[in-house]
Ligand binder design. Structure first.
Ligand SMILES: Cc1ncc(COP(=O)(O)O)c(C=O)c1O
Length: 438
């Protein structure tokens, strides 16, 4: 066994990264498209955005797409579009980026968190059922870290209880769930398209739905300049001002980049998928490390592998903390970040904070007095940060480089006894915000 770099041995990663981790990948066609928008003085129009929306929706086989200035806006609009409002409850997974759930507060909703599954990191269908009350209106699902959520079970529960389902596809553009594109299974979907994401177009987001009413309500909410496109007579009565008081228009430079991105994304996604799967195949059977990816031949895929993570089993490594493990991988020249998102139900914003001056916590401000700010304990969500780590995001299939990175992981895991000596036991507590991108 070769000596760990953290203890003075040679590094496993010897090759320079080059453009292996460079993101986003841009090309001349994108540059030309942006300059055209700039020169034509067409940054705040909607024509290019509409073209992008149509093509993005077509790619998914969905009727309506609505471009917006970010993914948060697309989720906010999807919630509004589906009719979430004062006194309604939205069930959300506790481990995700805040935008999956937080926009519901400004609609007067209460967010009720459900636990996640330890092997997929997505919302636990059994826990969803436990969290349903007469006030529950919808479930928001995240294909977290690229891993498709268990949509069959979730849709079954939703249909049984007559609940709406919103998919947050910000981590899984182009991924398949049992052969179906994620974002096409629920009642509406929101996607972040900001430049760190696998489908990167700048700051941007898009909402997809097959339901015309949802689409038109979303236009009423944050796109007042497009109220003329709305056909519903009732909605038309309120045309002219944005119902939400928000302006969510997509920048046309982003839309122009998006049109070009659509042309090259399938090829990029295929190369990333091949590279990432190769990394995990190399680590198959290494103690303590488990891939976060769908089973082969399940018909499910990871899409562009945004913010890919692995599962960590400290019991197989003598209790070694993920923080110490990540330190050792990094010392090898590898890429590894301990933890994942913090559990949102532990933040005061979802329990005690009074944001709008209701005199009660915002998360229960519009609920009967018997409903308090408390959230249930969610054991998996509260402990998962010590059982996950981010892995390198390979953009190119360069076997030798991927093999060196896998070797960094293997070395750290196989030498765990050496690492235990200096392990301060500090498990990562995770992060509220974005992950470091590589
Ligand atoms: C799961 C998830 N949902 C929603 C968003 C919000 O997207 P945006 O940053 O484009 O507003 C993000 C952004 O990182 C995200 O990770």
């Amino acid at each position: 066994m070769s000596k760990l770099a953290i203890l003075g041995g040679k590094k496993a990663v010897k090759s320079a990264a080059g453009d292996m981790f460079k993101w986003p990948v841009t090309n001349k066609a994108m540059e030309d498209a942006v300059i055209k928008v700039l020169r034509e003085g067409n940054m705040s129009g909607s024509d290019i955005t509409k073209e992008f929306e149509n093509k993005y929706a077509e790619w998914h086989g969905v009727k309506y797409g609505l471009g917006m200035n970010n993914g948060t806006a697309s989720l906010h609009s999807a919630f509004y579009g589906l009719g979430l409002g004062c006194g309604d409850e939205l069930i959300a997974p506790a481990v995700t980026y805040w935008a999956t759930a937080l926009p519901a507060l400004s609609l007067g909703c209460r967010v009720v968190f459900a636990d996640i599954l330890p092997d997929t990191l997505s919302i636990d269908p059994a826990d969803i059922e436990k969290k349903i009350t007469p006030r529950t209106k919808a479930i928001v699902v995240v294909h977290y870290l690229g891993m498709p959520a268990d949509m069959d079970a979730i849709m079954k529960i939703a249909r049984k209880h007559k609940l709406k389902v919103i998919e947050d596809v910000s981590h899984a553009h182009g991924a398949l769930y049992k052969g179906k594109m994620v974002g096409t299974i629920g009642d509406a979907a929101g996607f972040s398209l900001m430049s760190g994401k696998s489908f990167a177009i700048g700051e941007g987001g898009i909402m997809l739905t097959n339901d015309k009413k949802v689409y038109e309500r979303a236009i009423m909410f944050g796109l007042y300049e497009r109220h003329g496109d709305v056909t519903d007579k009732e909605l038309q009565k309120g045309a002219g001002l944005p119902w939400g008081g928000y302006k969510y228009r997509m920048h046309q430079m982003s839309a122009a980049v998006g049109l070009e991105q659509l042309k090259k994304y399938p090829k990029e996604m295929a190369e990333i998928d091949k590279s990432m799967n190769y990394f995990w195949d190399l680590l198959e059977g290494v103690p303590g490390l488990k891939a976060l990816r769908p089973a082969k031949k399940s018909g499910s895929t990871m899409g562009g592998w945004y913010a890919a993570h692995g599962l960590y089993v400290p019991e197989e490594l003598g209790g070694l903390s993920v923080a110490r493990f990540a330190e050792a991988v990094k010392a090898e020249g590898g890429i590894c970040g301990a933890g994942c998102n913090k559990a949102l139900h532990t933040h005061p914003l979802f329990t005690t904070l009074d944001v709008y001056g209701h005199g009660r916590p915002t998360n229960c401000a519009n609920m009967p007095k018997s409903v308090k700010g408390k959230q249930a304990k969610l054991p998996v969500s509260e402990g998962i940060q010590a059982r996950t780590y981010s892995i390198p995001w390979f953009k190119h299939f360069r076997k030798d480089v991927i093999e060196q990175h896998a070797e960094a992981y293997r070395k750290a895991a196989e030498n765990y006894k050496e690492l235990l000596k200096d392990d301060k036991g500090s498990a990562s507590s995770g992060s509220w915000g974005l992950f470091a991108r590589r």
